[in-house]
Design a protein around this ligand. Structure first.
Ligand SMILES: [Mn+2]
Length: 338
């Protein structure tokens, strides 16, 4: 399974530049980076102008795709998720109104600035550190354009680190994070990769980007995961005690005294019965309605969010998980936009 999953996207390997002069490669990837950031900057500006022309908004959700899968420890399919999620958001089988009545067709509620071209950047020889910085930079370009707030479509969970870093830096202080996941993703590093999708929250906590981190849906956690959780003061809510914690988790109030609240949703927080299209199938998870109850009842100023780890290569033929991911994006949009 592992090799098949990796082979499927082996064209995304890094540029083989062993015999090419260093300056030539450096120059080339600088131009590709500049072009990538320019496209996102101009699209964000355009959406900002459109929203202001329509009368403005206090906060407006803008989608930013980050099709990155190579920091996964098992399969890399999440790189293919953003277009599948977008397709499902606008699928004709449903309408454009969220459960609580927000109209997604209104650009003041939802816009899209496109994808960070991860494949093109890697192909031009950009390394891991630089790639993370480009993701951060892209998020900041979206936030630069008031009233846009980023809702990031992953990608594997490694992207939450550069995204949260950008949100916190841009707002000038730590934020509270609500993290829904089967896993705590808090290993110091995984298989030697400090940017692994299993380590993103270690990087976030080390960086001081989060004041509080609440992890909900946890049911695959090792000794190191618990120790790291303690070390960083993480509030870990495990599935085995969910029936006891439900009342509290479905009535959360976060972000008071912080710069805002960030929501990170790993699709595998849900039971595979609801969302089979994930790389790490982990039975015993939240229902889709559990997740919506937590989100709908949350009292918070949501400054950014991500939906990660949807793996289209493992979805049903009808794209059931794509619809699940899309509905989460729709409901998160309703939570952010005002
Ligand atoms: Mn997970």
């Amino acid at each position: 399974m592992k090799s098949a999953g990796r082979m499927g996207i082996h064209y995304m390997q890094k540029l083989n530049a062993a015999n090419v002069p260093k300056e030539l490669v450096e120059n080339g990837h600088n131009r590709v980076i500049e072009a990538s950031l320019t496209l996102i900057r101009e699209r964000a500006k355009l959406k900002g102008e459109l929203i202001r022309a329509l009368g403005g908004a206090v906060a407006s959700t803008s989608l930013l795709g980050v099709p990155l899968g190579h920091n996964s420890s098992f399969l890399q399919g999440p790189a293919f998720a953003p277009p599948r999620i977008r397709e499902a958001i606008w699928c004709g089988s449903t309408n454009s109104t969220t459960e609580e009545g927000k109209e997604l067709n209104d650009p003041r509620v939802l816009t899209d600035v496109g994808d960070v071209p991860i494949q093109e950047l890697r192909d031009s020889g950009v390394d891991g550190d630089r790639l993370m910085s480009i993701i951060s930079e892209s998020v900041k370009l979206v936030m630069e354009e008031d009233p846009l707030r980023p809702l990031v479509l992953g990608g594997d969970h490694s992207i939450s680190y550069p995204v949260v870093r950008a949100v916190s830096e841009k707002l000038g202080g730590p934020i509270d994070i609500l993290h829904l996941d089967a896993h705590p993703d808090i290993y110091h590093s995984f298989e030697g990769n400090k940017y692994s999708h299993a380590s993103s929250f270690a990087r976030i906590m080390e960086g001081g980007y989060a004041r509080r981190l609440l992890q909900v849906g946890i049911r695959s956690i090792t000794k190191e995961g618990r120790e790291q959780g303690k070390r960083f003061g993480v509030e870990q809510y495990e599935m085995r005690t969910f029936s006891r914690d439900r009342q509290f988790l479905e009535n959360l109030k976060l972000g008071e005294g912080a710069k805002g609240v960030y929501i990170s949703v790993d699709i595998d927080c849900m039971d595979p019965a609801f969302a089979p299209g994930v790389s790490h199938i982990e039975p015993g998870g939240l229902s889709f309605r559990d997740v919506l109850n937590i989100l709908h009842n949350l009292q918070a100023d949501v400054v950014g969010a991500d939906v990660v780890e949807f793996n289209p290569q493992r979805d049903t033929v009808d794209g059931m998980t794509a619809m699940v991911a899309a509905k989460l994006v729709r409901e998160l949009t309703a939570k952010i936009s005002k």
